[in-house]
Design a protein around this ligand. Structure first.
Ligand code: SF4
Length: 299
């Protein structure tokens, strides 16, 4: 199956992008593996291919389309959504904006294209605090993840954050008990958790990092054992890039079922038949692009 995928990919001159949380075989067949924005940006650098297959969830493929409007972007698992992104609906965000006129909206990249289009600035988990710090306003609407909002508020205490009440069900499953057990079992380990984890888990961890931050930390750290508080798919890449180090999930492996909807069969089918294309209106692309571009102004 992998050989067949590679053959079709070459014939069509397509590029396969896979998120860090995809299944190992999908990560291994991809041209690039990374976080959502990293991949969307990567796609802008690829000038010799107009066909992008994004193995991830919908908001990620939408972001790739927003940054690459002239290319065809496909999502092989077309029903793969993100429950966190779905928690911020356009009509509810509009209501909050109306209640707080003149307060800028900072949206985490985990939002739909439509929500990005009504936001002032986008951010990632690694640059959210910098974006909020530098945006010229004392009050900021921050959505949709309240735990990431907590993490940002701690680093930017001088600003008032109006937090959305959204959460990632995967990261919310890590508990303080998981952390205490891990500390007891692996006394020399470094514990890294994602800012989408609950505040008490963030407080007790050694590092609160985005997935790209975890990948960097694992490389430079002297530690040989790491406990990872994020979706279990990242562990495949961590092990691959650091073969002499050990990585364990914080508690039981936490799985995002939407991320696991991409299979080799669906990927092959999508490549072969060019089905499941992401289509966005020009207006949405233009406005969402402006929120993504604004992010670069503040980092
Ligand atoms: S891990 Fe959480 S934030 Fe990421 S796609 Fe799954 S539900 Fe959404």
């Amino acid at each position: 199956m992998i050989d067949e995928i590679r053959k079709i990919k070459e014939k069509k001159n397509a590029v396969i992008l896979a998120h860090n949380y995809q299944m190992p075989e999908i990560q291994d067949v991809a041209d690039f593996v990374g976080d959502s924005l990293e991949l969307a940006r990567k796609a802008t650098e690829i000038t010799d291919s107009g066909l992008i297959i994004f193995c991830g969830v919908r908001f990620m493929a939408e972001t790739a389309k927003i940054l690459n409007p002239g290319k065809k972007v496909f999502l092989p698992a077309f029903d793969a959504g993100c429950p966190l992104a779905d928690m911020a609906r356009v009509e509810d965000v509009m209501k909050l904006k109306e209640k707080n006129p003149d307060v800028p909206v900072v949206s985490y990249v985990n939002t739909s294209a439509d929500v990005k289009a009504i936001s002032d600035v986008c951010c990632t988990s690694s640059n959210a605090a910098t974006v909020v710090k530098n945006i010229p306003s004392d009050t900021v609407i921050f959505l949709p993840d309240r735990n990431l909002g907590y993490f940002v508020q701690k680093q930017v205490p001088e600003k008032k954050l109006i937090l959305w009440d959204g959460y990632c069900f995967v990261h919310r499953q890590f508990t303080i008990q998981d952390l205490k057990l891990a500390r007891k079992k692996y006394t020399d380990a470094e514990i890294m958790v994602h800012p989408e984890c609950n505040p008490e888990v963030q407080e007790a961890a050694d590092f609160v990092l985005s997935t790209s931050g975890m990948l960097k930390r694992a490389k430079i750290s002297d530690s040989k054992i790491f406990i990872i508080g994020t979706e279990e798919g990242l562990i495949h890449r961590l092990k691959k890039e650091n073969p002499y180090k050990e990585f364990f999930s914080l508690g039981s492996a936490r799985v995002c079922f939407n991320m696991k909807k991409t299979t080799l069969e669906k990927l092959k089918d999508c490549l072969e038949n060019e089905t499941d294309e992401i289509v966005l209106s020009e207006n949405v692309i233009k406005k969402a692009r402006s929120a993504l571009d604004a992010m670069l102004k503040y980092v």
